[in-house]
Design a protein around this ligand. Sequence first.
Ligand SMILES: [Fe+2]
Ligand SMILES: [Fe+2]
Length: 260
Amino acid sequence: MIRVLAIGDINGEDGREYVYNSLGRIRSRYDIDFCVANGENTAEPNGITRDIAGTLTRCGVDVITMGNHTYDNKESAGVLEDFENVIRPLNFPPEAEGNGCTVCDIGKARIAVISLSGRVNMTPVDCPFHAVERLLPKTDADIVIVDMHAEATSEKLAMGHFLDGRVSCVFGTHTHVQTADERILPGGTGFICDLGMTGVENSVLGVKKEIIVSHFYNPVKRVRFEKAQGEVWFCGCIFEIDEKSGKTVLVERLRFNRLQ
Ligand SMILES: [Fe+2]
Ligand SMILES: [Fe+2]
């Protein structure tokens, strides 16, 4: 069995410091073999830097997925070109820097990670369903993990069912709010609509709450989003996967502020 930990969007300095300081203990506490984290909000204002990608990798994140905020930092494009383990959605335009899939050999299994972007209330990119369908026949890994970075629960659930029995697990990212619908779909694919955020809870999705409240109160006033500071909550999900069949046998949702 391979125990995969998927970490929801790591947000800002406080979120990434929490992961830097705790991931080693979290990996051993939950007996994790492989870790994927969404890193689209790790840098300021968003996106990722070389320093962050390198530090997350050293601290135990095997693959970093991105999303609609991929290129918000000027270093992001270079990171995607230099770090094989940092991927952006597969269904981005072909001109976009980086890859949408990466394969890691951890000895016991070859693991493919695929990043996809939804299209409902998101940047209008290519169809994620057709993009992943074209890629799957070329993927010969024992385990296939899919991050469906999307706003709509319907689009994420549809992707879960579309890939059920063809990939090991599908998890959603992007909304920063964890859903309590973790399950194994009928064909053996582990699923959760959204992993949630690893960042400051006393905020609105990781941004200072006063800024977002004023933005909704007076939507025509221009505001600059700043990341919140404070107590971090860790959100993610564990998928225990049989490397022989490639199917998920157990799903465990995680949400805590202090590791027990
Ligand atoms: Fe995000
Ligand atoms: Fe996002």
